[in-house]
Design a protein. Structure first.
Length: 133
């Protein structure tokens, strides 16, 4: 499931779209995971195993997933800076912060799926990111 996530996230980005549209697509691709409980459970299992099971190289697998997702975010952020769509900031920590926010939302939705409607969460997150960039 985690490798499918990377493929799904990458395919969600229209390389001809503007950087802000690409960023929204990456964020939305992550949020879509919360709509399928089996994907959420597989992700949590993979994440938990990475903390305790070094023999199966699970931690390295998880690190590759996160690195690929963050690199995708960094690439979009850098392109947005080059095009003038985004302001001046260091895209590496900003990408890490966006990924951390998404992961936090993911765990909240797993524990309390009725916390907020997903459309509200998505809209608020897009607004927050747009104001920051």
């Amino acid at each position: 499931h985690t490798l499918q996530f990377i493929e799904h996230a990458a395919s969600a980005v229209d390389t001809n779209a503007t950087p802000d549209v690409q960023l929204r697509a990456l964020i939305d691709s992550f949020l879509e995971l919360t709509s399928e409980p089996e994907h959420m459970q597989a992700w949590v299992d993979f994440w938990a195993r990475s903390l305790v099971d070094d023999e199966l190289d699970v931690r390295d697998g998880l690190r590759r997933v996160y690195t690929a997702f963050r690199q995708g975010l960094v690439s979009v952020l850098e392109n947005g800076q080059k095009s003038g769509d985004f302001g001046v900031f260091d895209p590496i920590p900003v990408a890490a912060i966006i990924a951390a926010i998404l992961e936090g939302l993911f765990f909240h939705m797993l524990i309390a799926p009725d916390l907020l409607p997903m459309d509200d969460i998505r809209d608020q997150l897009h607004q927050m990111v747009a104001k920051t960039l």
